[in-house]
Ligand binder design. Structure first.
Ligand SMILES: C[S@@+](CC[C@H](N)C(=O)[O-])C[C@H]1O[C@@H](n2cnc3c(N)ncnc32)[C@H](O)[C@@H]1O
Length: 254
């Protein structure tokens, strides 16, 4: 079956449940609360279709995106051109990348921090460190596994322009000791009478909070400013606070 990442248009519809202006509000509030530097340049890691790009550019930020999938980058580049935006894309791996100069703010969305082992996690932080100005923030959406690994399942349906994308997301535990699980994202698409199925399947390595903190703040010089549940400043993560939904985490380069 073809991969969901070869069809960015369907990917964009499937993940359009997010309130992008509200998410950019939260990022701006993070900057106001915690950044030690003014923010003009922003870099999205694993940018894919760059869902926040237009909103950020409209608010005056200079956007750059980095991804290793050329089809996703081409889609984002076309979207930028359609909006007359002057943006920059890097075809690169966030485990090991170089930019021509450091940015003021870096972010990564939807748990896209795919690493295969602890070395890659440490390498990721050391490259993000180099790509960020001192005092700047690294904002992460859903990249830490705050709960023990388990089999899980979620599904939702999104519609746009006569196209329906039904998504089924599942995880299956593969090796608890190695923190590995299989992730499957299945799209069933109905596009003007035609039905098609697309699948992304891959082995993911869970990143637990202790390991995240060690790699970011002990093996690299980031400060952990905190983590919050459901993108909500009134819900800092802690013991006994119920189900964890799309947590955000904020680091600052010392
Ligand atoms: C879940 S999508 C996120 C897309 C977009 N940022 C969003 O918020 O919807 C994950 C993206 O991560 C990219 N990706 C996965 N591993 C990567 C890596 N090691 N370096 C750069 N990009 C990567 C994939 O190509 C894909 O476009």
């Amino acid at each position: 079956m073809d991969s969901i990442y070869r069809y960015p248009h369907y990917y964009e519809i499937a993940y359009s449940y997010r309130n992008i202006p509200a998410e950019v509000d939260v990022m701006e509030e993070a900057i106001r609360k915690y950044s030690k530097i003014p923010v003009h340049t922003v870099l999205e890691l694993a940018c894919g279709n760059s869902p926040h790009m237009v909103e950020l550019a409209t608010r005056g930020y200079e956007y750059c995106g980095l991804d290793l999938n050329p089809t996703m980058i081409e889609f984002a580049q076309n979207k930028a051109s359609a909006h007359n935006l002057d943006v920059r894309f890097y075809l690169a791996n966030f485990i090991d990348f170089r930019l021509e100069g450091p940015k003021d703010f870096i972010y990564i969305m939807l748990g896209s921090l795919y690493v295969n082992n602890a070395d890659e996690l440490v390498s990721h932080f050391s490259n993000v460190y180099k790509a960020l100005k001192p005092g700047g923030l690294y904002f992460l959406d859903w990249c830490i596994d705050f709960s023990p690994l388990d089999n899980s399942e979620d599904s939702w349906v999104m519609r746009r322009d006569g196209i329906t994308v039904s998504t089924r997301y599942t995880t299956r535990l593969r090796n608890a000791a190695e923190q590995l699980y299989e992730e499957n994202i299945l799209f069933t698409i109905r596009d003007r009478g035609r039905q098609q199925k697309l699948l992304h399947t891959g082995i993911r390595r869970a990143i637990f909070p202790q390991e995240f903190v060690l790699a970011a703040t002990k093996l690299n010089d980031f400060e952990l400013l905190g983590w919050w549940n459901d993108w909500n400043w009134n819900r800092p993560l802690g013991e006994g606070r119920g189900e964890i939904i799309r947590p955000i985490t904020i680091l600052r380069k010392i």
